[in-house]
Design a protein. Structure first.
Length: 331
């Protein structure tokens, strides 16, 4: 798969007028083996080898960890079948070269500047075994990511914890086996593999598939001067988004508020003294997981997913801190 993506992108680059010669160079130097390949670009007197790292898809959720892993590779080019518009913008801000199968390209160094936005996107086809990334499957995956030890619990136990049926659990586990996220130790026991990739895939699918289907509504406070930290939250209610980012790191000022809750809107309005407002700064989202809210905020995985939805550098920096401090131990 990675080799196919790389050759497709090379063919795209070869067709760019004025770019000159583009070819894959044989790996020879020890550092060449740190990445998926080396792309040699020649244009007039310009000649440079670009180590390339290939991914099937690149989203904002994947970038902080990926760039951290590759921070010692200079120069670096990321190659992918599909790079989301927000991810491309973030890579430009970090001055990281990229090229995708749709012909979107950004290459910048002291002698060459190439930036092409085609307005096209060749998305990676959705795998047949996408059961883990359906709305219900994502709830099961969330539970397994939060509690890795549950992978060896009976299906009925997991179904009760996730609030779903046994059939869903069976299909999720079958897909995890096919995609090699879990490996069988014997007929009843499994061990995890590629958990980092699974976690980042969950984050991306959560923002695209599960979160948009959760009940949501926006409000504004009647008391505009009241600080959000002065509110006493009712049961089954916790701060998400930038609020959770601040509570987890002390590194962010929440200009927009996010609340997850199981409470009825009317009760919440009465308790919090909020009123509905389609342009309000408070977004209330349906709480989809079982369990209490620890220290009034959502679990770090959900906070991370909320923060990387946009491209605000402050939010992304806080998300990076949360990943390193709270999510890395889950991998």
């Amino acid at each position: 798969m990675e080799e196919d993506i790389l050759h497709t992108v090379v063919r795209r680059l070869e067709k760019i007028l004025g770019l000159g010669s583009v070819m894959l160079r044989e790996k020879g130097k020890p550092k060449d083996f740190l990445t998926d390949g080396v792309l040699q670009i020649k244009r007039g007197s310009y000649r440079r080898d670009w180590p390339v790292e290939v991914r099937q898809e690149l989203t904002p959720a994947m970038l902080p960890r990926l760039l951290q892993q590759l921070r010692y590779i200079k120069p670096l080019m990321l190659v992918s079948a599909y790079i989301t518009p927000n991810a491309r913008q973030l890579l430009q801000q970090e001055n990281v070269a990229y090229a995708d199968a749709a012909g979107n390209v950004f290459i910048a160094d002291d002698r060459l500047l190439l930036h092409i936005e085609t307005g096209k996107a060749e998305k990676v086809p959705i795998a047949v075994n996408n059961r883990p990334f359906t709305k219900t499957g994502l709830k099961v995956l969330y539970l397994l990511l939060q509690h890795p030890e549950y992978v060896n619990e009976p299906y009925r136990f997991i179904a009760e914890k996730a609030g779903t049926g046994l059939d869903t659990i069976s299909k999720v586990f079958k897909a995890l086996l096919i995609e090699k996220y879990i490996l069988p130790l014997d007929s009843k026991k499994y061990k995890w593999d590629k958990r980092e990739h699974l976690l980042l895939s969950w984050v991306d699918a959560y923002t695209k598939t599960l979160k948009p289907r959760l009940k949501q509504r926006t409000f504004r406070p009647l008391d505009k001067e009241k600080d959000w930290k002065d509110y006493v939250l009712p049961p089954d209610t916790c701060w998400g988004g930038a609020n959770a980012g601040d509570l987890l790191t002390g590194n962010l000022i929440a200009d927009y508020w996010t609340v997850y809750t199981l409470q009825d809107y009317k009760m919440l309005m009465k308790e919090m003294k909020w009123v509905p407002d389609t342009g309000g700064p408070i977004r209330v989202v349906e709480k989809f997981w079982e369990g209490d809210c620890e220290d009034d905020h959502v679990p770090p995985l959900i906070a991370y997913a909320d923060l990387i939805e946009g491209d605000d550098p402050r939010y992304l920096e806080t998300a990076k801190i949360i990943y390193e401090k709270h999510l890395q131990p889950l991998i």
